[in-house]
Design a protein around this ligand. Sequence first.
Ligand code: NAD
Length: 428
Amino acid sequence: MKHFSRRSFLQRVGEGAATGLLLPALSGLAQAAPSERVRHAVIGAGSQGRRHAQVFASLSDCEVVAVCDVDPERRAALASKLPNGDKVLQSEDFRRLLEDKTIDSVSVATPDHWHTPIALAALQAGKHVYVEKPCSHNIHEAKVLVEAAAKSGKCVQHGTQARSADSLKQAIAFMRDGNLGKVRMAKAINHQLREPIGRQPESDPPPGVNYDMWLGPAPVHRFTKNRWHYNWHWFWDYGCGDMGNDGIHQVDQARWGLGVGLPNAISASGGQLFYDDDHETPDTQVVTFEYEHCYLLYEMRLWTDYPLEGHDNGVVFYGDKGKLEIGRNGCDVTLIGGEKTHLGPYADIKDHMRNFLDCLKANDPSKLNAPVGEAAASAVLCHLGNIATRVGRRLHFDPEKWECIGDPDAAKLFTREYRPGYELPALG
Ligand SMILES: NC(=O)c1ccc[n+]([C@@H]2O[C@H](COP(=O)([O-])OP(=O)(O)OC[C@H]3O[C@@H](n4cnc5c(N)ncnc54)[C@H](O)[C@@H]3O)[C@@H](O)[C@H]2O)c1
């Protein structure tokens, strides 16, 4: 297997930017209508990448033709489960897949710190992108991704699959029609039991793993089992805590229902009341996003089980005539003095992938259920909630410029220092 050095990573992206060879408008593929059968590649072969591969492969007009992971065991295991597994292109390097002009689209199901860098490179190579949530690891990346998607004209679907649920669409239309009266508050609730992760010593990465590529733009840190598969979520270098992990689903639905974009101010508190282990991110968090006409609240408890609020993880919209509750069991409407009405069921990720393929085949991002602008707004809310929690004070935010007002410490966390060789590709 060929290992690309960090230096060559930079050079290759740089060469592409300089010659325009990677620009979608100039690539032959961007002009050509995708074949009837979409040729899709999955980047990241963890549990979510496996889910992507399985569902995309189950759709009759899609074929999963390539799998990428820096962990050879996961890569081979996933490829072997696919129809025509022996013919599936396998690589540890996503650029190998992006070079393949027969590939129409990619899933980005890596850790969060790789979402935007890979999505940008994929757009530059003329691919449509299904990027897992959160679409970015910081606010700067979200902005760059929106710009790149607009320039490319390609479809970018976000892994907030509840946006494809008919029951949610109906419930939100019902609320928007004024049936709950004036809705001035939504509460996004994320509570679940996430067991402590203990403490893990530094060690060598498993044999054959390209750990440098796993780290990518993040600073070099010796391998530990906790900074690796799945538990990376709980380290700021790679993840966004549970607010950017599971909480983004509820934040996105709350924002969608309220019909709001970016807030004017954010206040937050959060900490570890439960964990005493390697976790860096909070187990308890409360955030308020202030808009002109409403508030969006986020509450997170990682030390209790789902049914505590009488519904699953979800969102409650409070109007002056009633409330709407959205949970993973569906939606319930209760008008003051009335019975509870149940609308269901909840989202099936297959519907979201179907929507992506339909848009991709029509080359029409305007019909995506979770387009990049919505993706970026919800990711930015999660980043703002985390930043306000980390600096420990109320933030003032300019929603037009996506800038923090008068707080240089907070502004520093709007981006990151990219490890030399892993800077974001320049927009052509
Ligand atoms: N939409 C949803 O409901 C949902 C559910 C679960 C997970 N997710 C998202 O999916 C993503 C993956 O989650 P997971 O639980 O599978 O994590 P995971 O850590 O188990 O898997 C990620 C995989 O990506 C690989 N990887 C890391 N860097 C890579 C690179 N540069 N190139 C190729 N492969 C690389 C890792 O080796 C690993 O196998 C996360 O962003 C998570 O938030 C979304």
